[in-house]
Design a protein around this ligand. Sequence first.
Ligand code: BG6
Length: 300
Amino acid sequence: MIDKLNEAFGVPGKLQFKTGQGDLPKAVITTPFSTAEAYLHGGHVTHFQRTGQKPVLWMSEEAVFRPDKAIRGGVPVCWPWFGPHPTDSSKPQHGFARVSKWEVKGSREMEDGSVRLDLGLEDSEESRGLWPHPFQLGLSVTVGEALELSLIFKNVGDEAVEVGAALHSYFAVSEIDNILIKGLEGGDYIDTVGGARDVKKQEGPIHFSEEVDRIYTDTEGVCVIEDPVWGRNIVVSKSGSRSTVVWNPWMDKAETMGDFPDNGYESMLCIEATNAAADVRRVEPGGMHVLGQRIEEAAG
Ligand code: BG6
């Protein structure tokens, strides 16, 4: 399978398919600016790093690479719902895209030296058991000076559907106590810690001293992760999204997650480009919706 993928989609010196952890196939991308990796399992980007710099994405040392399990870290693709299923809690949290096997649809080197990989996922008997709609989903991953992700949903059925989604990016940070997130000041958020749904207002930048699990509503803005110890800012922008989720499980929740080190919360945070809460999207037959996220590292 790896040989066939390389024959059809390899780009010499830039994009190669290899057997990754858990024997799952992955794409390894090398550009003059950066390196990245993406697994076909989940359409999951697990690595992005500027040349000579530290990794931008956080990966759990205890991540499980198995077809029935979502990879902990990197950028899980949550789709076609975000969080628990709206009416049936027996269905998997965050939908099924992150535990589905995606296909490679295309690859190419761009004029500016970046490399693009296109993945696709379509409905199957299994998906229709969880979500009874035909669909075409694409994920384009462009690796260059920035990491750019576009999740493209086409409604190929004959009924309008509502979709929730997230590009659930995990970011690596020096030490959570040092970190500020700017860009959401003054905005409203739904505080979902412990299953509550209280609406609160963000006063000043975000800093972390306890579990944070928030859906910022009505925001299309750019977030900046300021990391003074590592001397870098991570700039996270998005499109097709009016909600942003910020998550850090903190100590107690970290201990309950089997694939997450007990102290893992000290070195990560998530900023997710979402279609969550009132920002789920209704897509008419023949229509499409594109959710995008751009991740860029800048000197701090
Ligand atoms: C976040 C949610 O997006 O994902 C959190 O807001 C959740 O509530 C977290 O705990 C991780 O979810 P999971 O299913 O990957 O453990």
